[in-house]
Design a protein around this ligand. Structure first.
Ligand SMILES: Nc1ncnc2c1ncn2[C@@H]1O[C@H](COP(=O)(O)OP(=O)(O)OP(=O)(O)O)[C@@H](O)[C@H]1O
Ligand SMILES: [Mg+2]
Length: 452
């Protein structure tokens, strides 16, 4: 559980800097000058839009994208824009190459898990559901076998009604326990999924709330359902192959490993094969469809030759996500070899890649982006301050300029001002240096040592 939470926080921090990006800002295949939080970078966005079309039409299998451009020119933003355009339930996995090497598991295992997080299966299921308001409830209890002072539910009988009909249902312990756990009583509207062995309280009925004259209730009142008590309902949801792997692995956990709290870091290849087989069957039976997602690998020039070979093979597999790489390196050595190549990527991979480049922004664009960012961060800023930030952005980097917004707003608040003024930006820029200045500082400092 904790592992998942950390993942979510990391994901949140990464996306937070791009929260103003809601798509690629396109109209057809043309980019609007400003749209979906995007400013400029028109050609890159249009290229990305075409990639989105190819993916949606299923014509992108076995291919990959590389976004190449100087730091802070919107490479990550474009990848996020692509994901947003693909749709809400399309999986998107964001990795920095360095993570692959800092992980506790083997790098192939880490990558396999990441790839499988980026492939979804949309499952359609028609399930039989009992739905209605409880007219009467009777729970049979027995003393606990090892603790006779403690009563446990063993079975239950309820009367469930809709506006049309009433049905008496007797249920075993699986459901009786859930009735007790959820504190379900007369007048509550519930839903029972027999196959899934789940029972859920939807809320108190509006009639019950009216009758008992509650002014406030913790749960939103629900109207009494219409139609029959037993009905068929379609459920549609997307699960990733990785989630299916985990579920499958858990059902196979033996008592001892549960007892010792052993955590499974690696997933058996057998389990993955079973899951793949299960998914294939689902698709064949028309009960599911594949939703290939996107895996975004940032700073990819840090990947070594083995990792590239692995990803290259992954691309050819039947179940493969779309891989988007990003780099700001030009010609460099491929890690793990003596060979130099464009973007430090192996040639055979470069061959099957579509390359999108991002270009540095001009003054007007930087100004526009800073304004959008200020609005999303809900800070008010004077025109003079925007001018200065724009200048800083031109001289250092867009990212540095954007990052100064938050500290400047704190400095402004400290002087009881609602709006950020020029001097607040100056102060923030003095306190927080950009990379060029910080590395120059350290270089000079090192020189002092050498002079000794
Ligand atoms: N065209 C744009 N329109 C709006 N916002 C942008 C645009 N380009 C970049 N940004 C914003 O500027 C910041 C830096 O951009 P981003 O992180 O996407 O650049 P990058 O090329 O990935 O940088 P790096 O090389 O450092 O990873 C982010 O907050 C991003 O959302
Ligand atoms: Mg980036």
């Amino acid at each position: 559980m904790t592992i998942k939470e950390i993942d979510e926080i990391k994901e949140f921090e990464r996306i937070a800097a791009h929260s103003h990006i809601t798509g690629l800002g396109l109209e057809g295949i043309k980019a609007k000058r400003i749209g979906d939080g995007f400013v400029g970078q028109v050609e890159a966005r249009e290229a990305a839009g075409i990639v989105v079309r190819l993916i949606k039409e299923g014509r992108f299998a076995g291919r990959a994208v590389l976004i190449a451009g100087p730091p802070g020119t919107g490479k990550t933003s474009i990848a996020i824009g692509i994901a947003k355009e693909l749709g809400k339930d399309v999986p998107f996995v964001h990795l920095a190459a360095s993570e692959i090497y800092s992980s506790e598991v083997k790098k192939t295992e880490f990558l396999t898990q990441a790839l499988r997080k980026a492939i979804g299966v949309r499952i359609r299921e028609v399930r039989k559901i009992y739905e209605g308001v409880i007219k009467s409830i009777d729970i049979q209890k027995q003393p606990h076998p090892y603790n006779p002072y403690y009563q446990v539910p063993v079975s239950a009988t309820i009367e469930l009604a809709t506006k049309k009909e009433k049905k008496k249902l007797s249920m075993d312990q699986t459901f009786a326990v859930q009735l007790v756990q959820q504190n379900i009583e007369e007048g509550d509207v519930i839903q029972i999924d027999v196959e899934g062995e789940r029972l859920a309280k939807l809320g108190p009925s509006t009639e019950k709330v009216k009758k008992e004259k509650f002014e406030l209730t913790g749960q939103k009142p629900v109207p009494i359902p219409d139609g029959k008590v037993l009905k068929e309902k379609e459920f549609v949801y997307v699960v990733t192959l990785h989630q299916l792997d985990l579920a499958r692995a858990k059902s196979g956990v033996d008592f001892l490993s549960l007892f010792l709290g052993a955590q499974r870091k690696e997933i058996d290849e057998d389990i993955r094969r079973e899951v793949d087989e299960f998914v294939r069957q689902l698709i064949k039976d028309g009960k599911g469809e594949l939703v290939p997602g996107v895996i975004f690998i940032d700073e990819c020039s840090l990947l070594d030759i083995e990792t590239y070979a692995f990803l290259n093979r992954a691309l050819e597999q039947e179940l493969a996500p779309i891989i988007i790489f990003a780099t700001n390196r030009g010609i460099a050595k491929i890690r793990g070899t003596d060979q130099t190549s464009p973007h430090a990527m192996p040639i055979d991979l470069l061959d099957r890649i579509l390359i999108i480049t991002t270009k540095p922004y001009n003054q007007e664009e930087i100004k526009e982006i800073i304004k959008i960012r200020a609005k999303t961060e809900k800070v008010e800023i004077e025109d003079e301050a925007i001018e200065l930030l724009t200048k800083i952005g031109l001289e250092t980097s867009l990212r540095h300029a954007i990052q100064l917004l938050a500290p400047a707003s704190i400095i402004a608040k400290e002087s009881d001002l609602e709006k950020i003024k020029k001097e607040h930006i100056e102060k923030a820029n003095k306190l927080f240096v950009d990379v060029k200045r910080s590395s120059k500082y350290l270089k000079e400092y090192e020189k002092q040592f050498l002079d000794y």
